[in-house]
Design a protein around this ligand. Structure first.
Ligand SMILES: Nc1nc2c(ncn2[C@@H]2O[C@H](COP(=O)(O)OP(=O)(O)O)[C@@H](O)[C@H]2O)c(=O)[nH]1
Ligand SMILES: [Mg+2]
Length: 273
């Protein structure tokens, strides 16, 4: 059976448990959030969850709502087939974006992420300003970043060296992993970063190779999309955010593309979904 610690519940969260969880309540992790539904993961598996009336009543901003990766206090109903969310644990780390038109209102993208891989494709996507915006976003939420330069098969060794040099010249000290999903070059270095019970996410434009990378990790192909339809909903797949547990125990939060993150400048938004 899965333990909560396998899902990332560690002593830091444990110290908050008494304040958040009332008698008769359990701890679970939010594994998917859709427009008006969510799922949680516990020791048994994944089940639908709803917010208690009192919880909803106390919500003052979107950031108060559970997001994928959050730890929550829940009560089970229907023989454990439904969870009611009563409380939200503090977030050790988070990724969030400003909501359009406001300075203070944030939308959560994911919580309790240990490492964010900021993925750019060497081929068409490499852009230092955008890379910096992602790194700022990670730093803002206390998430450790690692830069991934993907599709190295499409450029020469010299071109790759120039990109690596450009990153250093821009004063970015972040670790960089260069890889190709086609040849497998660099993949082992990427895989070595992953640890069971830790949570990762892939950030980056559409088309840079994020899903291909997750599918390669899972070794099963198409896992990212299967996990979506596997919940039986499947219609709002583009807005859905979900937690994927890989066989070796590491977890990935599948985040949407950049346009949705509000990071795209007007000139960058065309033809990338
Ligand atoms: N040449 C090359 N193509 C890749 C690589 N990784 C992914 N692709 C292709 O790039 C396209 C977009 O990949 P995808 O994983 O869907 O990107 P995502 O939008 O970031 O999830 C697909 O056609 C992939 O087959 C790579 O390392 N090299
Ligand atoms: Mg994708």
């Amino acid at each position: 059976m899965t333990k909560l610690s396998d899902l990332g519940f560690d002593p830091w969260f444990e110290t908050h448990a008494d304040a958040i969880r009332s008698e008769g309540q359990s701890v679970a992790r939010v594994s998917a959030v859709d427009r008006n539904s969510c799922m949680i993961r516990n020791e048994q598996g994944e089940i639908p969850a709803e917010l208690s009336g009192k919880f909803l009543f106390n919500v003052e901003s979107p950031a108060d709502l559970p997001c994928v990766g959050d730890w929550v206090a829940v009560q089970y109903h229907n023989d454990g087939a439904l969870a009611i969310i009563h409380g939200l644990f503090p977030r050790r780390t988070f990724l969030r974006r400003k909501r359009a038109g406001t300075e203070v209102d944030y939308q959560m993208i994911g919580a309790n992420i240990d490492i964010a891989f900021v993925v750019q494709s060497c081929h068409f996507d490499f852009n230092l300003a955008r890379l910096n915006r992602y790194l700022v976003m990670a730093a803002d939420g206390h998430v450790e970043p690692i830069v991934v330069l993907a599709k190295t098969d499409l450029i020469s060794q010299d071109e790759l060296q120039e990109m690596l040099a450009a990153i250093r010249e821009a004063g970015i000290p972040t670790r960089v992993i260069a890889l190709s999903n086609m040849t497998g070059s660099g993949f082992e270095e990427f895989r070595q970063v992953l640890r069971p019970g830790r949570t990762y996410c892939l950030l980056g434009s559409s088309g840079v190779g994020k899903s291909t990378l997750i599918n390669r990790l899972s070794g099963r192909g198409d896992l990212a999309t299967k996990a979506v339809s596997g919940t039986g909903e499947g219609t709002h797949t583009t807005t859905r955010r979900q937690l994927i547990v890989l066989d070796e125990g590491s977890m990935f939060i599948d985040t949407p593309g950049m346009r949705e993150l509000g990071l795209l400048g007007a000139s960058e938004g065309v033809n990338k979904g």
